[in-house]
Design a protein. Structure first.
Length: 240
């Protein structure tokens, strides 16, 4: 039992109840025991609720204060140890199952957010309205045979300029979150806390959409596209 305690005692309900019984038998309150050990009352309360375990120094101090040995302080039957191992294994499996379910839900939410962002990026721009100002009657050319005006007098709107690609929209942020989640799980065993990273995906696309609404950012994208177009034109001219 002593060797097991050096590695870190795993608290269960029976040990917690025994610590509480020994404290009451010796006439200590939680506040009084905490003062004797130089700890807070919350630490003693967590021991007796089996939420945490005292370290080796506190176990020795408790044994000296209660005038018992460490084996008597942490007396646990083999049946209880087997139940404790089974409960720990069951709790770990439950945590892994919850983490896997949370990861699947987060991936589904990420896919929906990415699809919504792609749909928003593909919304066509409003058509441009061309207003034709009528010239004086003397300058209007004669109508072509059939009553139709000549083709030169019909204004043709230029095709809309292609929208510059936003590097933030095309960045595979959900894939990055999945890679970080797998690395944290396989390398450090952080399956349960690491799934929280998937919750940042909607915030990422919200920040991207907010940034795209900034005129300064749109001007920077347009300038970047102009530079790329000039570079392509110069490269084609050199090739010819």
């Amino acid at each position: 039992m002593t060797n097991k305690t050096r590695k870190g005692t795993v608290m269960n309900v029976e040990i917690a109840q025994r610590l509480a019984e020994l404290r009451r038998e010796r006439g200590f309150s939680q506040e009084g025991l905490a003062e004797q050990l130089g700890l807070s009352r919350q630490a003693v309360s967590k021991w007796e609720r089996a939420e945490s375990a005292p370290d080796m120094g506190n176990l020795i101090a408790l044994a000296d204060l209660y005038e018992v040995t460490l084996d008597e302080l942490l007396r646990v039957s083999p049946e209880v140890e087997e139940d404790m191992r089974f409960e720990s294994q069951e709790r770990a499996e439950s945590v892994e199952t919850e983490a896997a379910a949370a990861a699947e839900a987060a991936l589904a939410a990420a896919a929906r957010a990415e699809a919504a962002a792609a749909t928003a990026a593909e919304v066509p721009e409003a058509p441009k309205v061309v207003v034709e100002v009528s010239a004086p009657a003397a300058s209007v050319p004669a109508a072509a045979p059939g009553g139709f005006p000549p083709s030169a007098s019909v204004p043709i709107a230029p095709p809309p300029a292609p929208r510059p690609k936003d590097p933030l929209q095309t960045f595979p942020y959900p894939l990055l979150c999945a890679v970080i989640f797998l690395l944290a799980g396989f390398c450090f065993g952080w399956w349960h806390p690491a799934w929280v990273i998937f919750l940042t995906i909607p915030f990422y696309y919200w920040a991207v959409n907010t940034l795209e609404a900034d005129p300064a950012y749109q001007a920077w994208l347009a300038e970047r596209q102009d530079v790329a177009t000039k570079n392509d034109s110069s490269s084609e001219g050199g090739a010819r």
